[in-house]
Design a protein around this ligand. Structure first.
Ligand SMILES: C[S@@+](CC[C@H](N)C(=O)[O-])C[C@H]1O[C@@H](n2cnc3c(N)ncnc32)[C@H](O)[C@@H]1O
Length: 171
């Protein structure tokens, strides 16, 4: 099967993530593996742990990014974020695109877990495709509130084309 082209929304978000060669990165909800591919291309000494609670998401990322797994740059796990086990202050960057838990429900426990695991100076980058412009204020309000409550300093970034809203929480 021919791999699908990486969408512009993912390219824009990964550019904002500004991956450095030695970064330790976590991607939540890797799905098709688009972002995982772009992140791994930028890593040298660094590593990406990509997780998804869906088996098909894990399989798709593993297929798309097989060469990076082989090279030891990528690990893909079939787990829910709530059960993530990573040593504290280990991660430089956490990335998620279109993972709605951060604005549709109470995610205090998950965000607190991530705050503990991100090293000082690191950050969490949450991106959402804007399909309904009227939803943007609620996305920003809910996701920001969750990040601030855990102790992150929040900035909002936006692109009109591709239509994406992003929240960056710095630790
Ligand atoms: C809408 S898809 C987005 C996939 C990909 N990030 C993209 O933008 O193309 C959301 C993905 O997040 C995963 N997901 C949602 N909640 C999760 C959680 N709590 N832990 C791990 N994965 C989760 C889903 O299984 C799904 O694969």
């Amino acid at each position: 099967m021919v791999p699908q082209t990486i969408p512009a929304r993912i390219r824009w978000a990964v550019d904002i993530l500004d991956v450095q060669p030695a970064d330790q990165v976590l991607e939540i909800g890797c799905g098709p593996g688009y972002a995982a591919e772009l992140i791994c291309e930028r890593l040298e000494k660094g590593k990406l742990l990509a997780i998804d609670r869906s088996e098909s998401g894990v399989d798709r990322t593993k297929r798309r990014c097989a060469a990076f797994i082989e090279a030891g740059r990528l690990t893909v796990r079939h787990i829910d974020l709530a059960t993530l086990r990573v040593p504290v202050k280990r991660l430089d960057k956490v990335f998620a695109f279109n993972v709605n838990l951060f604005w549709v429900r109470d995610c205090e426990a998950e965000v607190a877990l991530l705050h503990e695991r991100i090293s000082p100076g690191g950050g969490i980058y949450l991106f959402f495709e804007v399909t309904e412009i009227s939803e943007v204020p609620r996305i920003v309000e809910n996701a920001s509130a969750a990040l601030v409550k855990a102790g992150f300093r929040v900035a909002v970034v936006e692109s009109k084309k591709p239509a994406v809203i992003g929240l960056i929480g710095r630790r």
